[in-house]
Design a protein around this ligand. Sequence first.
Ligand SMILES: Nc1ncnc2c1ncn2[C@@H]1O[C@H](COP(=O)(O)OP(=O)(O)OP(=O)(O)O)[C@@H](O)[C@H]1O
Ligand SMILES: [Mg+2]
Length: 594
Amino acid sequence: MMPPAVELTVSKVREALWHAEARPEAPGPTRLLGTLFHQTVAGLLAGPQAWDAVLDRDSLDDVPALVRHAYERHFGPCLSAEESKLQENGAELLATWEALKNFCGWLSRLLEAANKQGWLESRDWLVPEKPIAREFHRPGWRAPVRLLGRADCVLRDPGSGRLLLVELKLGSGPDAVHLGQAALYQALLDPSADIALVRFQPELVERLVAAQELKEAREHLLELAARLAGVAPPAPPSTEIYEELGKKLIRTLDTYGLQASLAGAPVVGPAVVRFTLLPGRGVTVNRIIARAADLGVRLGVTAPLIQVEDNRLVADLERPDRQVVDFSRIEEALREPDPLQGSAHVPLGVDLDNRVGAFSLADADSPHLLVAGTTGSGKTEWLRSAVAALLLSNTPETLRLVLIDPKFSSFQELDGSPYLWHPQALVYPAEQALTDQLDRLIEEMQARFVRFREEGGDDLAGWRARTGRPLPRLICIIDEFADLMADRRTGRAFEDRVARLGAKARAAGIHLVLATQHPDRTTVTGRLQANLPVRVCFRTATWQQSMVALKQRGAERLLGKGDLLFSFKGTLRRYQAALLGEEDRRRIFRKGIG
Ligand SMILES: Nc1ncnc2c1ncn2[C@@H]1O[C@H](COP(=O)(O)OP(=O)(O)OP(=O)(O)O)[C@@H](O)[C@H]1O
Ligand SMILES: [Mg+2]
């Protein structure tokens, strides 16, 4: 008997398409404007304040009236609600408004054409927010896949009779994503139809994709969906390309007079492939390490990280077919939450042996953490997957968060979450607000110590075990503290508070996670370093920054996008961080919100 279909949402597939293109996500305000655009357009297509609230059969060409209506009923009100977040984004705001005006013109022309066909009364030629679902099955799949989604707007073009898929989105994207997306909707709606994609960036761009053109993309896409749904095995990595790469590495070293051989088979991690090198007679390790940049150029890859690990010389080369690690890998590895003790485990990512790694903030040696790495290296994404794992393995009785989010976008979805320590614990600073938050944590630490002394228990876990009562662990995450350190006065105030929490807070169940783009001595001062024993370091801009973050070089050779070195008690391990997709993020971050 055929097993039941595995459900998969269209947005998961779309996310995977974006990841495959390795495109950075838009910054917060740009995303917010995208949402406002989407809401306005959706409101004009359907609902009580749709186009027909201002236009009738005789005035379909009155674009100014439609534009006014769009502003007064939709865009304007949304805008004033979000004003504070968009203050510095005047140019993007204008572009969004231009796009909306273009949309109004486009809609007016469309309505006129529909009117000529006598379609205006029947609404089924234009279906906004159309829910779509379809089941697919291919030989070799363990089960069928049921794809579910909602198309922004599907319509039959009154002029050409073509199926139009209107994507209510701003801006452009990579072609492969558009094509994949078109194939996806075509598969769901009508596999024989040509599809036109319409987007506003901010001018109207319409692209017709012929059914034939989509055929190949569609099969490719269904394979991707099957892998995402877990009904088809992951594409087997062929080791040939890595063996070839290893031979090339040895040959290239030889051209520099550095004889070496490979010890054992390459180890293939998600992002890099690791070769263990045996230097020939008279060849020193340092001479090989010093050639990293040359090797990168000659092999056509990012300069490899070459280092001694466990008394072996290893060279990590960028995988030509680098893989994204989905957060589901982390989620699978999480344990059932313990209702009294919760969990303080923070996932790191997947190591070179493809094992999920984690460390515990509750351990005496790892209570506080520094996260460092240049812009775009993956700090925020890592923090998000750490938060997601903590939310999944705790209840608000065992864990609470204080989140300082200077970019307004890292933890937005946690607004109103029961996992926030208090209603103001999601902070978009004001420097003052930040020191206040830390003061509040210090007060809480002291109150907890009084409590533990009176009621027994050396630390949070001990007190919980002894009393059987819940008390949440508190984790304060600051996703960029360099601005604070730039000013001497606020810098000192901040350092003082970190130092006060540093030595003792762990026992009270209070932890700091501090992230920065600028691991320089002026930002990560000696005092801060002394209080942040664990380091998660992404690609740094310079080797000097690597020295600050890890006490050794190497991070400047990481690949970015979640490639990280974890430093703990003098040992260093490389991981690929997992990526928490938008859909998972919403699901997990909104946990417990009504
Ligand atoms: N683990 C990951 N897997 C795949 N891609 C990733 C990963 N982490 C980050 N990326 C990609 O890199 C982009 C930048 O990541 P992120 O926003 O986390 O950088 P950042 O270090 O916080 O940068 P900034 O200092 O500018 O805030 C992401 O939008 C994503 O496209
Ligand atoms: Mg960031």
